[in-house]
Design a protein around this ligand. Structure first.
Ligand code: OXT
Ligand code: ADP
Ligand code: MG
Length: 580
C-alpha cells in the first residue's frame, strides 16, 4: 500500500481485505476511536487509513508522549489507550510509557510495527531489526504478535481483554510489516474479527470477606480510609462517597484520588496526613497499594519505632488483585473484587445503626487540620517578589475552584508537591500526575489526551525541568488547537536555580538551567499564545485569558529560584539524606 485508498480494497477488489483494514476494523468494532501515534515505516499507511475510516489519530512528535497520552486515556475511559509506533527506536520510545501504564495499573496497548521475522530471528540485519516481543514481555502485562491476517481479530481481542480485565495494565501488540500488507477474503476477514464480550468482568467479593472487613471497621476506635487511583479508575464514585459519608470515617486521598470526594469535604484528612497515619488503628485501603508513597505501611510514618517495624495498625484492603495483600505488611481483611462491586457489598452492610467513629478521633483530626490549614493560609496570603510556589499556586487554586471541570496535569518536584496540597480538586479523575514512579515527562501527553478525549480545558502545571521532557509537544497542542494552558513554574532549574559548579569550572551546575528562560516564546513559534508572568495578577490574567479563548497557551511564570527544596517533599529519599 503506497498511498491510502480506503475504498480500493472494498471497492475495486470487492472480495479482498488486508491487514491494514483488519487492524482498524478490529479496534473500531471494539469501540476504540482514538489512536495516539507517530507515523513511519511500516505503519504510516495504518495511521492514514485509521483517519480515513473515521478514527481520531493524534500524531505526536515523540512516541513517549504518545504513549503517555495512551496510558492516561486508559485511566480516564476504562478502555485501553492505543499508542501506535514504528519498529525498534519508535517501539523503544513508546516502551517507557507502556511500562509506566503497567506500573500504574492503566489499560494501554502499545502497537508497534516490526521488521520481518525470518530476518530478525536469524539476526541478518533488517531495517530497524529488533526482537521487540521479547523486549516488551517483562515490562507489560501481556505481549502478543500476529503473523497472519486471519489472526488479527484474535490478537486485538486478546490485547483488549488483557489490558482491561482484572488489574489493568499495559499490553504489547507486535504487527510485522508483512502482516499489514497481507490480503484475505473480505467476508472471511470480517467474520474473523471479535467484538469482546464483557472485557472487564465484574468480580464480586466473597460475602465472608466483606463481613470480616466490616467487623474490623466497626470495632475501630480510630478508623481511616485511604483512597487510591484504583478507586478513581473504577468509576464507582457514588458508592465510594456513600460509604465514606454513611460510616463517617475520615479519609485520605492519594494524589490522583483527590476530587473523588471534593477536597473541601469535612471528612477529608488530607491536611492532617502525618497525624492520621501513625494514629489510626484500622486502615481501609481502597485501590491504593502500600508502596513507597505510603511508606510501605510501616516505620515512623506509621508510628513505629524502627524504620522497618510495624506501627500496630490493622488493614483492610479492597483490591482486584489478590496478590496485592500482604505485599508489605499483614492485611487483616482482604476484600478481593472490583471496587464497584466491593463498595456496593460493603455499603449493604452499613446499616442505619452503624456506629460513627468516636468523637475524640474526629475532633483530634479536625484540630490538626485546622492548624495546617491556618499555616497554609498564612503562606498563601503572602505576596513575595519574585513569586514563590505558594503565591503562584494560589492563583491556580482559585481558578480550579471556579472551574471544577477542568483537568489539572501536574509534574515537577516542588511544582508537583506544592500543587498537590494547595490546589483542591472537586471532581473525580481531574488531577493527573506523575503517578507511582514519580516520572517526569507525562505532562504534554496527558494534557493532549485529556483535552482531545473530553474537549475540556486543561491546565498543565509544570516544573521547568519537567516541561522539558515533553515540551516539543506544544506544537501538537497548537496543531490540534487544543484548549491546553501550560503553566511553567520557572525557577531556573531542577528543584532550584541556585546550585554552583562544585568543581569551580565555568560549566553550570547539573541542576541549573539558562537563567530567565522565556518558555512562552516557544509556543509563539507555532501560533499559540505566550504569556510572561512575574506577579500573581499577571498569572491570573494569563490563565483566565486562556480559559476564555480556549487557545493553546503557555505561561512562563517566574518563580524565586531559591524557593524550592531538593526533590520537593521527598528529600528523604536522596541517598545522602537517607543515610543520616
Ligand atoms: O501532615 P503534614 O504536617 O506532614 O503536612 C502535609 C499535609 O498534611 C499538608 N496538607 C495541607 N495543609 C493545608 N491545607 C491542605 N489542603 C493540605 N493538604 C495537605 O501538607 C503536607 C504535605 O501533604 P502531602 O503532600 O499529602 O504529604 P507528603 O508527606 O508529601 O506525602 C508523601 C508522599 C510520598 C505521598 C508525597 O510526597 C508524594 O506523593 N510525593 C510524590 C513525589 C514525586 O513523585 N516526585 C516526583 C519525582 S522527584 C525526582 O525524581 C525528579 N526528577 C528526576 C527524574 C524523574 N523523576 N523522572 C525522570 C524520567 N527523570 C528524572 C527530576 C528531573 S523531579 C525532577 C525535576 C524537578 O525540577 P522541576 O523544575 O520540574 O521542578 P521544581 O522542583 O519545581 O524545580
Ligand atoms: P495510589 O498510587 O493512588 O496509591 P496505586 O496505583 O498504588 O494507587 O494502587 C492502585 C490499586 O488499585 C492497584 O493495586 C490495583 O490492583 C487496584 N485497582 C485498579 N483498578 C481496580 C478496580 N477496578 N477494582 C479494584 N481494584 C483496582
Ligand atoms: Mg524547576
Amino acid at each position: 500500500m503506497g498511498t491510502v485508498e480506503p475504498q480500493a480494497v472494498a471497492g475495486a477488489q470487492a472480495q479482498l481485505t488486508d491487514g491494514f483494514n483488519l487492524v482498524v476494523d478490529a479496534f473500531k468494532l471494539n469501540g476504540i476511536d482514538t489512536i495516539f501515534a507517530l507515523p513511519g515505516i511500516p505503519i504510516t499507511d495504518l495511521c492514514r487509513l485509521a483517519q480515513a475510516k473515521g478514527m481520531r489519530v493524534i500524531s505526536f512528535r515523540h512516541e513517549q508522549n504518545a504513549g503517555y497520552a495512551a496510558s492516561i486515556a486508559g485511566f480516564l475511559t476504562q478502555k485501553p489507550g492505543i499508542c501506535l509506533t514504528v519498529s525498534a527506536p519508535g517501539f523503544l520510545n513508546g516502551l517507557t510509557a507502556l511500562a509506566h501504564a503497567t506500573t500504574n495499573c492503566f489499560p494501554m496497548i502499545l502497537v508497534s510495527g516490526s521488521s520481518e521475522r525470518e530476518i530478525v530471528d536469524l539476526q541478518q540485519g533488517d531495517y530497524e531489526e529488533m526482537d521487540q516481543l521479547a523486549i516488551a514481555k517483562p515490562l507489560c502485562k501481556a505481549a502478543y504478535r500476529v503473523l497472519h491476517a486471519e489472526d488479527i481479530g484474535v490478537g486485538v481481542a486478546r490485547a483488549i481483554r488483557a489490558a482491561v480485565s482484572g488489574r489493568p495494565g499495559g499490553v504489547y501488540l507486535d504487527l510485522p510489516g508483512k502482516l499489514l500488507a497481507q490480503t484475505m477474503d473480505a467476508e472471511a476477514g470480517r467474520r474473523s474479527l471479535i467484538k469482546v464480550v464483557d472485557p472487564a468482568p465484574r468480580q464480586i467479593p466473597a460475602p465472608e470477606a466483606v463481613q470480616r472487613a466490616l467487623d474490623l471497621l466497626r470495632g475501630a476506635k480510630k478508623p481511616l480510609v485511604i483512597l487510591g487511583k484504583g478507586a478513581a479508575y473504577a468509576q464507582a464514585d457514588a458508592e465510594i462517597r456513600a460509604f465514606i459519608e454513611r460510616t463517617g470515617i475520615p479519609y485520605l486521598p492519594m494524589s490522583m484520588a483527590k476530587g473523588l470526594l471534593p477536597d473541601t469535604h469535612e471528612q477529608s484528612a488530607a491536611a492532617a496526613r502525618s497525624f492520621v497515619l501513625p494514629e489510626a488503628d484500622v486502615v481501609m485501603l481502597v485501590g491504593a497499594r502500600l508502596n513507597w508513597l505510603l511508606a510501605h505501611g510501616k516505620g515512623k510514618t506509621w508510628g513505629a519505632k524502627g524504620p522497618k517495624e510495624w506501627g500496630g495498625q490493622k488493614f483492610v484492603q479492597v483490591d482486584i488483585w489478590p496478590q496485592e495483600a500482604d505485599s508489605n505488611v499483614r492485611i487483616d481483611a482482604p476484600v478481593v473484587g472490583d471496587i464497584g462491586s466491593c463498595m456496593q457489598a460493603l455499603l449493604a452492610g452499613v446499616g442505619a445503626n452503624w456506629p460513627k467513629p468516636p468523637a475524640e478521633w474526629l475532633a483530634a483530626i479536625a484540630e490538626r487540620k485546622a492548624k495546617n490549614i491556618a499555616k497554609m493560609a498564612e503562606l498563601l496570603a503572602k505576596n513575595p517578589v519574585p513569586m514563590n510556589f505558594h503565591s503562584a499556586l494560589a492563583v491556580v487554586r482559585d481558578i480550579v475552584r471556579a472551574n471544577p471541570d477542568l483537568y489539572l496535569v501536574n509534574e515537577g518536584a516542588n511544582a508537583l508537591d506544592f500543587a498537590r496540597s494547595i490546589v483542591d480538586m472537586y471532581k473525580p479523575r481531574k488531577r493527573l500526575d506523575v503517578g507511582t514512579w514519580g516520572v517526569m515527562g507525562i505532562g504534554m501527553g496527558y494534557a493532549i489526551a485529556a483535552a482531545a478525549l473530553t474537549g475540556q480545558q486543561v491546565i498543565a502545571v509544570e516544573g521547568d525541568s519537567a516541561f522539558g521532557f515533553s515540551g516539543m509537544e506544544i506544537e501538537t497542542i497548537c496543531r490540534y488547537n487544543l484548549p491546553v494552558c501550560v503553566v511553567v513554574l520557572n525557577n531556573n532549574g531542577v528543584y532550584r536555580g541556585t546550585d554552583v559548579n562544585l568543581g569551580g569550572g565555568t560549566d553550570p551546575a547539573p541542576t541549573v538551567f539558562v537563567k530567565g528562560a522565556r518558555y512562552d516564546r516557544l509556543i509563539e513559534a507555532f501560533g499559540g499564545v505566550g504569556a510572561h508572568a512575574t506577579t500573581p495578577a499577571e498569572l491570573r490574567a494569563a490563565i483566565e485569558q486562556a480559559l476564555a479563548s480556549r487557545r493553546p497557551t503557555l505561561v512562563n511564570a517566574v518563580i524565586d529560584e531559591t524557593a524550592g527544596t531538593e526533590s520537593g517533599r521527598i528529600t528523604n529519599l536522596n541517598p545522602k539524606s537517607a543515610k543520616k
